[in-house]
Design a protein around this ligand. Structure first.
Ligand code: PGA
Length: 245
């Protein structure tokens, strides 16, 4: 099974999200080996979840609050997303960490909130360019993993990790597939320090229809988290076809 997750970020308005969701499910061919999840903007989450209901495409939140309900202006919790039928959530995306100041402790709390609500967390980790320039990519990854997984009660839940080097996200500079594979092996080793649960690891960062097979062909890369290339239906369909064939 290859996981292809589409992070629509804040690229689309509600109408555009509906059109993309409808086109995706209408044109979906039978791909038993693909698990596809889309992450629409919060405003479109209800509509896209309705459109995808009963289809092979699942829907997730781009971010969640760690408390279920209450006086948290502007926030939407894992519980509220669960109520509308979302089954996944991105947690700790680099744009949340670097633009909105999320810390490892927030990522941990959000992961726990997802697990409590039976939402599958997709925990995003990755080093910055500065980390890499200083030879600290493994240090950064190790710390991010430890802060989320140490003592985490996963139980029977599913959990994903996305390796998204910050310098590759939204830059058009993808990580070399061999380097990504090396990092995935390291990530799996680090996670194994804390849990026996098999955690699929996705690669994300400037994935497109032309480079996707480079990642998909590695047995250590369990799928891809696609940003800008996922909001163009022709390109996203090419990505799915490339991985499915
Ligand atoms: P990108 O984004 O594919 O546009 O680089 C990936 C992501 O943010 O998940």
């Amino acid at each position: 099974m290859t996981h292809i997750f589409a992070n629509w970020k804040m690229y689309l308005d509600v109408v555009e999200s509906r059109v993309l969701g409808e086109t995706l499910v209408d044109t979906w061919k039978t791909h038993d080996n693909i698990n596809c999840v889309v992450f629409p903007t919060p405003l479109a989450a209800v509509d896209v979840t309705e459109i995808c209901e009963g289809t092979p495409v699942s829907v997730g939140a781009q971010n969640v609050a760690w408390v279920p309900r209450g006086a948290y202006t502007g926030a939407s919790s894992a519980m509220l997303y669960k109520n509308i039928g979302c089954t996944y959530a991105l947690v700790g995306h680099s744009e949340r960490r670097y633009i909105f100041g999320e810390r490892n402790i927030d990522v941990r709390k959000k992961t726990e909130a997802c697990l409590e609500q039976n939402i599958i967390p997709v925990i995003c980790i990755g080093e910055s360019q500065k980390d890499r320039d200083n030879g600290k990519e493994e240090y950064r990854i190790k710390k991010q993993i430890m802060r989320v997984f140490d003592g985490l009660n996963i139980g029977d839940s599913k959990i994903f990790v996305a390796y998204e080097p910050v310098w590759a996200v939204g830059t058009g500079i993808p990580c070399d597939p061999d380097e990504a594979e090396k990092m995935h092996i390291y990530i799996k080793e680090q996670i194994a320090e804390f849990t026996d649960v098999q955690v699929p690891i996705l690669y994300g960062g400037s994935v497109n229809a032309d480079n996707v097979t480079g990642y998909a062909s590695s047995s250590h890369i369990d799928g891809m988290l696609v940003g800008s290339a996922s909001v163009k239906i022709e390109e996203f369909s090419r990505i799915i076809e490339a991985v499915a064939s």
